[in-house]
Design a binder for this molecule. Structure first.
Ligand code: NDP
Length: 330
């Protein structure tokens, strides 16, 4: 490949004006790394929305190729674990933030950041999962480690119609949990029930400041919203329960009290996908292959055009994107 299409984010040093342009790069423009990958599919996560619009300090080096996830085929490798032709997945590691990312025909990265794509998963479905879906699985694994079994009671998912939320709902329901799906979009109630939600919780029930302790409503939760919502989720978690916190769609603060921790033994479990070790990633993908219904995955996935990425970035930040989005790159 001599040159290839790429999306470039730049920022003017003096005016701080943020610009996203479609351009072409050559292999020599790529950043150092020991594996080169022909990118086949990518996706748009919430963090990509921040990078595509400049509404959050995700891109920390300019110019940058955004895109935090890709699936593709190895075209060159100096890494002992990868050879030409291997099908690989990359999620996170600062790619699309400080290292050229997924929205380009070629990517050159560290082999230590890659995992082999499971044979059961097409490149498109790997990106339908993406960081959002793999994070949902990390959150579910954390709840399981905390012995939150279906018998313990319902599990709440906040931001349920979003990417992390949709995959969490689908996987939890398939595992036999009673899933309570919290959404601010009542029009998505049928969609969430089709994914397996047993009941819908109005976003407004959780988004206004509440009491330090409330009625015990769920044994566990996957929270992608943060802020007051997370405080209320903790306050309504039953005795000995656990909340996996992975997002900040509603805010990065946490206006909570310690009451759920010290009076109900509730645990707050932190979830990070970006720097998670390879062994945990591989476990998450093994479980996704086993526990995610691929027909459900296809139903919650929308395909967008490369040319529309910036618009989709604005939409995801506005909470308008349902489920997951994929984009064909190569
Ligand atoms: P999406 O935009 O797809 O989903 C977020 C959902 O949150 C929306 O669909 C909406 O759901 C809800 N929401 C949006 N705005 C608000 C608001 N102001 N108040 C309450 N709810 C709101 O994003 P993703 O699923 O890709 O990511 C979700 C969050 O998780 C993001 O904050 C992201 O940064 C974080 N994340 C963290 C990771 C980690 O490693 N810890 C990895 C991946 C994501 P609804 O319409 O149903 O209410």
């Amino acid at each position: 490949m001599t040159d290839f299409p790429a999306l470039i984010v730049s920022r003017d040093d003096a005016t701080k004006a943020y610009a996203v342009t479609r351009s072409r790069l050559s292999e020599a423009d790529l950043m150092p790394g020991d594996v080169t990958v022909a990118v086949e599919w990518s996706t748009v996560n919430y963090k990509d929305g921040l990078a595509l619009t400049g509404k959050g300090p995700v891109v920390r080096r300019f110019p940058m190729v955004p895109g935090i996830d890709f699936a593709g085929r190895v075209t060159a490798s100096g890494h002992p674990d990868f050879t030409v032709g291997d099908e690989v997945i990359l999620n996170g590691w600062g790619v699309g933030e400080v290292h050229f990312g997924a929205y380009a025909g070629l990517a050159r990265v560290k082999g230590d950041w890659l995992i082999k794509r499971p044979a059961e998963l097409s490149a498109r479905r790997a990106m339908a999962i993406g960081t959002a879906g793999y994070t949902a699985m990390l959150a579910i694994l954390a709840l399981e480690r905390h012995a939150i079994t279906p018998a313990r009671g319902p599990v709440l998912v906040t931001g349920a119609a979003g990417g992390v939320g949709s995959i969490a709902v689908a996987v939890l329901a398939r595992l036999g949990y009673t899933v309570l799906a919290s959404t601010g979009r009542p029009q998505e109630a049928d969609y969430l029930r089709q994914l397996g939600a047993g009941d819908i919780v109005e976003r407004s029930e959780l988004s206004a400041p509440g009491k330090p302790l409330g009625r015990e409503r769920w044994a566990g939760a996957v929270d992608s919203v943060g802020s007051t919502t997370l405080a209320n989720v903790l306050a309504q978690t039953s005795y000995g329960g656990a909340v996996a916190a992975c997002g900040l769609a509603g805010g990065a603060d946490l206006p909570a009290t310690v009451m759920p921790f010290i009076l109900r033994g509730v645990s707050l479990l932190g979830i990070d996908s970006v720097n998670a070790p390879i062994s945990i990633r591989e476990e998450a993908y093994r479980r996704l292959v086993r526990d995610l219904d691929f027909d459900q995955l296809d139903r919650l996935t929308t395909e967008v055009e490369f040319a529309d990425l910036v618009d989709v970035g604005h939409d995801i930040l506005a909470g308008k994107v349902r489920g997951r989005v994929v984009v064909k790159i190569g």
